[in-house]
Design a protein around this ligand. Structure first.
Ligand SMILES: Cc1ncc(COP(=O)(O)O)c(C=O)c1O
Length: 438
């Protein structure tokens, strides 16, 4: 069995809805996961990812807007490499990450094409951006000087890497050294102040740094007045440059689904491509056609029939009041499962639909649930459902623990195997022998 220092990428072909034989096959994989102590895995449906991208294109006000799909945070927990491969395959034009290491991980896995670095990039990091054809975000003069220096170094070096140092198969790929300037329109995080833009544009011209785009970011799309002010300020700031051939962009998922800023040249969807709503209105989001792409599935690693009066887990927080079955799953807060779900969360027994309550504390590597009858060894349970269920979906769970669905999936540790499903995913579940784990 291959053990790699990368998230698991396991692929199988099947329809996106599971029949019993699929569940059985998954459960049969248990012995293979078990050899690594894992019987819980994240099932990522790539067909739904395709469908969510189509929905982004459909609802964006500019139907030909370039899509820059956000795959930062390990693809919001779904597995950046495999998600990116699929996005490329279905024609998504660009990818967005937050950190250089994330961009390099994609390059190391052969992902070509434009990758935007949305986080602030220090001048000293421009060389590595240029060498790997990563498009950095620039907010200050120092960063532009850093890129100019990197471009000069490359021009001087023997291998004349000013072409594209990393093969960018697309003919339309921007040249190495390309940057986008970010403008702070109210979020006060990254970005130059609006009145600094002209100076930065001039500096790019002076130093021959290829400036391709200008962008901003919404702080809270549900605060309509604030968002409108941000959008107006963005338009006002870029006004002198609108007639020039720059890419202007501001819309994240919230902007896309509410039509704020998606009339511009590029959109930057994140959470919505994973089928999760960026705000409180799941119903409208779902009506638009977005569907969650991931479910966390598993079989118990052990089921016990406990007598009355037994305590379960650390801290002795649960005591059986009668004879009962308690199932252990090999996942815990070390995998990103929230400890605050102790004695609160549920999993669903797929065979019967029963919601089984979590009993006892969530520990680092295990959780324990009560189930009304002994499940078979191969039965599959759902720990996070690919829907908007108030208890076990990522969105429902987020509500329960007082966070946002972004955090639920992004925290899912890379030691949880990812299984990529969907009719286009290529190989079969039987290839589980290729499972890769930390
Ligand atoms: C600059 C930028 N653009 C787009 C996104 C995507 O946001 P969302 O996941 O809300 O669509 C993010 C995420 O935080 C971001 O930082």
């Amino acid at each position: 069995m291959m053990i790699h220092s990368q998230p698991s990428d396991i692929r199988r072909s099947s329809g996106s809805t599971y029949d019993n034989s699929t569940y059985e096959k998954m459960a049969n994989a248990k012995c293979q996961y078990s050899s690594m102590g894992r019987t819980v895995y994240l099932d990522v449906d790539l067909d739904k990812l395709t469908s969510n991208i189509a929905t982004v294109r459909k609802v964006s006000l500019n139907p030909t807007a370039v899509v820059c799909a956000m795959v930062k945070g390990n693809g919001y927990g779904h597995g950046a490499v495999e998600v990116s491969r699929h996005l490329k395959k279905i024609g998504v034009e660009r990818l967005g990450v937050a950190a250089i290491t994330e961009a390099l991980q994609l390059r190391e896995h052969g992902i070509t094409g434009p990758i935007h670095l949305m986080g602030n990039v220090h001048a000293s990091e421009m060389q590595i951006c240029m060498e790997n054809s990563i498009i950095p975000t620039v907010s200050c003069r120092e960063a532009i000087h850093g890129m100019a220096q990197a471009i000069n170094n490359a021009a001087l070096s023997a291998h004349k890497s000013l072409g594209n140092t990393i093969a960018l198969e697309e003919e339309t790929a921007p040249p190495a050294g390309t940057i986008h300037i970010k403008i702070d329109t109210g979020m006060s995080r990254n970005g130059c102040q609006p009145d600094e833009l002209d100076d930065l544009v001039e500096l790019c011209e002076e130093l021959n740094v290829p400036l391709e785009g200008m962008y901003s970011h919404f702080a809270d799309y549900e605060e309509t007045d604030f968002t409108t002010n941000q959008l107006n300020l963005f338009y006002e700031t870029i006004k002198p440059y609108r007639s020039e051939n720059y890419l202007f962009h501001i819309s994240n998922s919230g902007g896309i689904i509410t039509g704020q800023g998606s009339e511009l040249d590029m959109v930057r969807p994140g959470i919505c491509i994973y089928g999760l709503p960026p705000g409180g209105d799941s119903a409208t989001f779902s009506d638009m056609g977005f569907q969650p792409i991931a479910s966390l599935l598993g079989t118990p690693s052990l089921v016990k029939n406990l007598p009355a009066g037994r305590v379960v887990g650390y801290g002795l927080t649960y005591k059986t009041d009668c004879e009962q079955y308690v199932a252990t799953f090999p996942i815990g807060y070390g995998d990103g499962y929230f400890r605050s779900l102790s004695n609160k969360g549920c999993v669903r027994r797929n065979l019967t639909g029963e919601l089984c309550p979590l009993v006892g504390r969530v520990s680092m590597d295990a959780i324990t649930f009560r189930v009304s009858e002994k499940p078979s060894e191969t039965e599959t349970f759902t720990l996070i459902s690919a829907d908007f269920d108030p208890v076990i979906s990522a969105t429902g769970m987020a509500e329960m623990v007082g966070t946002i669905n972004y955090e639920i999936t992004t925290r899912l540790a890379s030691r949880i195997p990812r299984v990529y499903t969907g009719k286009e995913s290529g190989t079969t579940i039987d290839n589980l022998v290729n499972v890769q784990a930390y």
